[in-house]
Design a protein around this ligand. Sequence first.
Ligand code: UDP
Ligand code: MG
Length: 319
Amino acid sequence: MKKKLSVVIPAYNEEKNISFLVSELVRTLTSTIYDFELILVDDGSKDNTLNEIKVQAEIHPNIFYIELSKNFGKDYALKSGIDLAQGDAVITMDADLQHPPQLLPRMLKLWEEGYDIIYTYREEANPHVKAYQRIASKLFYKGINALSDITLENGISDFRLLDKKVINELRKIDEYELFFRGMVKWVGFLQKGVPYTPAKRHTGDASYSFINLAKLAIGSIMAFSVRPLYIATGLGLFFSLASLLYIPYIAISYFAGYDALSGWASLIATISFFGGIQLLVLGIIGMYLGKIFLQTKQRPSYIIRSTNLSVMKNDYIRV
Ligand code: UDP
Ligand code: MG
């Protein structure tokens, strides 16, 4: 029996990309030796994306849609597709054709060679990325690698192939702040990275704003690490030791005949400095507390409004 591939694609306001994407993928996949299904997840789009997907689903019997009840974000859209996919391997990719389908044969070959996870990362010189975006992305990966226990390549993407045994593990994970790129690294298995040069977005603009990306960066570091909390301890230790040094300084000044009270300005500076540090540290603690709060509520990570997949009442979905 032929092995089956599931291609999961999250789409948010991608109406102009759907038909081209589908024709490209269908062409690439029919030339392989595998059966395949395309699962397009409409992540609460405000444009005609869902209808475009439904039109494609009418034409091709192996195209399926999942309509989420609102915009949950890319990672949750991915999770919904992964939860319902039935293939022996799941391929995740973007709807804007930045992830070149031409790379699929190479990824499939590596899968046949026995790798469980084939992930891709952007090649350094990417002509479609602005300089400030490149710097921001470098900082993000430096930050997450330094502060957490996983290591992510610079420019690692959501274009990847996952074997069924990895999918079975990923399905068990139900975290409030899902960061797939990190999670896929964290699960382990036999992994292989493949570099790629992203294409230009087929049409439309990237939907992530700078603020969204900053939130994503902080969220993903916190999802994989409690190290920021240790920073608090470190800072506290450092400054209490440093302030001990201040005591001999005052004593010596006193005996040397200087007026020990003269340091009003430095006193205020010190107080406000420590006030700031304390608030910062409280803030970090508070952010983790907030995340514990949200996780304990155990809300589902996504809600499906409709789908033409027949496995809606899958074990993994809480309905
Ligand atoms: N996407 C989504 N939900 C969102 C935002 C984006 O499903 O809330 C999808 C989007 O349609 C695309 C992919 O995620 O298929 C990547 O988004 P985008 O191209 O905007 O970001 P990039 O990573 O290329 O900057
Ligand atoms: Mg894109």
